[in-house]
Design a protein around this ligand. Structure first.
Ligand SMILES: [Zn+2]
Length: 159
């Protein structure tokens, strides 16, 4: 696989390089990971993404340092979702199909909301993306991103 070709056509790499996306949604980045809010439209405020900084398809492609750092990064980003949303659980889903670049969806699961239970979250996602269901208000997402940037420092280094 040509990594140069993959990177130039990769949606996640393009988001990482886009100053507008960075200003609007990014929470943190270091040499291993990028933490960002899911871009609008998004079904739920507080739906975060934990991306590999490097262009790689998934955990099978981690180098030794990335493999060692992954657990701590997932836990810190999940803790952040929980603190932001007061959810009871945090779902973690990574397909890597829309972009073949690891982007772990960290989804707030509020147990009183039946529409977001288990695989129903996929139905909700499709309904929002298809315009059949209201997305989270963009101004609420923007405010949450600002709040999240302040909170992130309290979770230590993101690697
Ligand atoms: Zn990429």
């Amino acid at each position: 696989m040509s990594s140069i070709l993959s990177q130039s056509s990769c949606g996640v790499c393009q988001i990482h390089a886009d100053p507008i996306q960075k200003e609007r949604y990014e929470i943190s980045r270091n040499g291993f990971w990028v933490v960002r809010h899911h871009p609008d439209p998004v079904p739920l405020p507080g739906w975060l993404l934990l991306d590999a900084y490097r262009h790689l398809g998934g955990s099978v492609d981690f180098n030794a340092e990335e493999a060692k750092a992954w657990g701590g990064a997932v836990q810190r980003a999940s803790n952040l979702v929980q603190q932001l949303t007061a959810c009871q659980r945090v779902y973690a889903i990574a397909f890597g199909e829309g972009a073949r670049h690891l982007h772990l969806h960290l989804i707030p699961r509020v147990t009183t909301d039946p529409a977001s239970e288990a695989w129903k979250i996929a139905d909700l996602y499709r309904a929002v993306m298809g315009g059949k269901c209201a997305a989270a208000p963009p101004n609420a997402v923007e405010a949450l991103v600002r709040q999240t940037r302040e909170l992130w420092g309290g979770f230590g280094e993101a690697n």
